[in-house]
Write a protein that binds this ligand. Structure first.
Ligand code: GLA
Length: 736
């Protein structure tokens, strides 16, 4: 791994075993991109990659170089207004109204390791050898605006992290209107763009479509990353599939409003941009001030989309997620939400907890409804005082009782919100995001607290700390259930800063709570998976993937989520049937076989299970405890997509390839269907494997190239016994 600077040609070559990223400083000091792709040999110069052409109508850099125009160069951090006609990485307003900038090379530093930007989530290293960082300093001479571009190459992963710091080193105020984390110009447009799109209860469905000339973008203006578009996209070559071909994955370590874009111009080059959404952003820099963008992550894979996802997984799991739970198997839990909704008291919950303990579970999670005035979702948020009708002897009495059973105990909070009818709502209207005199628009009957105001963050910190200290919980489900509207702060000077300051406030509160309660396992949540992003994973190593607990819907959601996020981060529970979101009934087996591929737990009233069902739950929990290390921390491969057909399949392989678990799901039963087989991935080709419950043994190469045969009664004349929504698991062990 290295960041090399070839002084004579003024060329930077950033590389590790997987990729090269090359750019040069071109006179009069413009960083011009030359190459990003599979690692290539280092050379003193790569000038042959600099494509220039005399193009009619171009605005030229200088009269003596009519072939050089910013519009036709590939740029590292472009600005608008001096010749480049594409969307800029940086857009500013000077005091005189001008938006012009001439960002030219000033100097650079190359350092070992990588630090996390202050007040933001980011990628960290544990040893300096894990990464090397280039800080490239550019300056606009006229205004003395400085831009520092950070590039960190990770040693062991095909990952490049980029971000920018904008420093006002001049005498006048400068307003940022756009400050992207990353801009990258690629020389061709023959890509498919893959995005993860959705809505409540159908998060992160995989969409793939060819790039065309023009801008293709996704984003969020909601104040959080959203379930509509995950802050991620991939550009995949046409022939790239799950297991082969080239793909570039682009993401951002951020939880607020974002823009992610691929813009193909009419010369068939593509500009990628990702960062804070400019539509809802501005930032005022007084002389001496600086602004740091969130970090963007670039993953290069020539091992297909699985290769890309595995790199994202390793990064998220080991160098974004933190804390004592990072490397620990996650406790099998029961959550009472779908089991009771708001209709519970201490006795009822303790009965469920006793049952959970008896069945082998490890944690009880008390969901929404434990606090004053919370008999429905219309009120109650903000005061965080226990409801003594439900818990007459206080919250501690309940959590002590759960702990006494030998279970861990968790609690639900939604600290960013306030409901009408609460003391907080009455006493501090100025702490609510809205403009006085204008109507306030509710979402889920509640309003958003103004986390851009440090007083609000302090007050919530005190309240939530008191709850956590009193209850001594081991786990917190931190929910957030509405989009931001009426975006106005009663205390902020510059309103355009509100959305970003809000999310900085959320990060600040997370940081303070983590510091005070380092043993707590945080699970983030936003009406299910509406804030499932890398920013959140820095604070909460797991996230409730979706409010949809139907097994088939979950196969799609978990399949899509796995494009970026590791299984250890995906909250996944077995719920009751008929399912509460779809009213569909899927067998207990398939529900568990789906929920295993995540953190695993139950979300139903366990006291209502039959003895037969209880026996099945016991078996399921034994299975998960035996295999969760492999599932949550092994290498995950998607094998068959629910978005492309009637079947879903995926597998996890242990790091030493001695064990694997394969899951196969079929939606509707077929009659007289074709023969079926599935080619496995990631096994030891020379290893001899046995499948649990079968006598036959197989070499890894046979399972990967000839495949695992799955033909069953639906392939032929026999009547199948299996029906719709079936699942099968295959546990492989290397025996020689
Ligand atoms: C959100 C969450 C659910 C549950 C409810 C409680 O919708 O996603 O899991 O916690 O809130 O109100």
């Amino acid at each position: 791994m290295a960041v090399i600077y070839h002084a004579e040609s003024r060329t930077f070559h950033l590389y590790n075993d997987a990729f090269s990223y090359i750019f040069k400083i071109m006179d009069p000091g413009i960083p011009v991109h030359l190459y990003y792709g599979r690692k290539i040999h280092d050379r003193d110069a790569f000038d042959y990659l600099l494509e220039t052409a005399r193009r009619p109508m171009a605005v030229v850099l200088s009269e003596d170089r009519p072939d050089l125009s910013l519009e036709h160069l590939k740029l590292e951090y472009p600005v608008y207004g001096t010749g480049d006609m594409r969307n800029p990485a940086l857009d500013v307003r000077h005091e005189n109204g001008s938006r012009l900038l001439e960002l030219l090379y000033e100097n650079h530093q190359i350092t070992a390791g990588k630090s996390v930007p202050a007040d933001l989530p980011g990628v960290y290293t544990e040893k300096d050898e894990e990464a090397e960082t280039l800080a490239l300093v550019l300056r606009d001479a006229e205004s003395s605006l400085q831009v520092i571009l950070y590039y960190s190459v990770m040693e062991e992963m095909p990952v490049l992290i980029r971000s920018a710091q904008i420093v006002n080193a001049g005498q006048n105020e400068i307003r940022l209107e756009t400050a992207m984390s990353l801009s990258l110009d690629l020389p061709e447009m023959e890509y498919d763009m893959i995005t993860l799109t959705g809505a409540w209860a159908r998060e992160r469905h995989v969409r793939r479509s060819p790039l065309h000339e023009g801008v293709q973008s996704i984003g969020s203006l909601r104040g959080f990353s959203s379930n509509n578009f995950s802050p991620f996209f991939a550009l995949a070559e046409k022939n790239t599939d799950e297991n082969s071909g080239t793909a570039v994955g682009v993401s951002i370590i951020y939880s607020g409003s974002f823009l992610a874009e691929a813009a193909a111009d009419t010369y068939h080059t593509v500009r990628i941009r990702i960062g804070i959404h400019p539509e809802t952003f501005e930032w005022h820099l007084q002389p001496g001030d600086s602004f740091r963008t969130p970090e963007a992550v670039l993953v290069y894979s020539d091992a297909g989309l699985n290769g890309m996802s595995q790199a994202f997984h390793t990064l998220c799991r080991t160098r974004i997620a933190r804390g004592i739970w990072r490397d620990r198997c996650r406790p099998v839990l029961v959550n009472n939400w779908e089991g009771t909704y708001f209709d519970f008291d201490e006795e009822k919950l303790l009965a469920i907890a006793r049952c959970a303990k008896d069945l082998g579970m490890e944690m009880f999670v008390l969901d929404d409804g434990w606090f004053r005035c919370r008999s429905s979702d219309r009120t109650g948020l903000g005061d965080w005082i226990v409801d003594t009708d439900k818990f007459p002897r206080g919250i501690r009495h309940f959590t002590d009782a759960v702990h006494a059973m030998g279970l861990l105990c968790g609690i639900w909070i939604e600290p960013e919100m306030v409901s009408p009818g609460t003391d907080l709502f009455r006493e501090h209207p100025e702490w609510i995001i809205h403009e006085e005199g204008r109507p306030m628009h509710a979402g889920r009957h509640q309003y958003v607290l103004d986390y851009s105001n440090p007083d609000v963050v302090d007050a919530v910190f005190e309240k939530i700390s008191a709850v956590l200290a009193e209850s001594r919980v081991d786990y917190v489900k931190w929910d957030m259930n509405r989009s931001m509207s009426d975006v106005y702060s009663m205390t902020l000077k510059h309103q355009g800063e509100l959305m970003h300051r809000y999310i900085l406030g959320v990060y600040a509160l997370y940081s303070r709570l983590i510091e005070k309660f380092p043993g707590i396992l945080f699970e983030s949540c936003a009406s299910g998976g509406a804030r499932f992003d890398m920013g959140m994973l820095y604070y909460a190593p797991q996230c409730w993937t979706s409010d949809d607990t139907d097994a088939y819907e979950r196969q799609k959601i978990q399949y899509g989520t796995s494009y970026v996020y590791p299984l250890s981060s995906m909250g996944s529970h077995v719920s009751a049937v008929p399912n509460h979101q779809l009213h569909r009934s899927i067998s207990f087996k398939t529900r568990a076989d789906t929920a295993y591929f995540g953190t695993f737990g139950y979300e139903l009233d366990l006291t209502k299970l039959t003895e037969e069902e209880k026996a099945e739950v016991r078996r399921q929990i034994c299975f998960m405890k035996e295999h969760r290390q492999l599932i949550q921390f092994g290498t995950f491969f998607r094998l068959r997509s629910p978005f492309e057909g009637n079947e879903t399949a995926w597998m996890c392989v242990s790091p030493d390839r001695s064990e694997a678990v394969i899951a196969y799901y079929r939606q509707t039963q077929e009659v007289n269907a074709g023969y079926r087989r599935i080619r496995l991935q990631g096994l030891d080709p020379d290893g001899l494997y046995a499948i649990e419950g079968q006598t036959e043994t197989y070499y890894g190469d046979a399972l990967m190239h000839a495949g695992l045969l799955l033909s069953d009664a639906s392939c032929g004349e026999e009547k199948s016994e299996e029906g719709d929504y079936i699942s099968r698991l295959y546990v492989l062990k290397r025996i020689a």
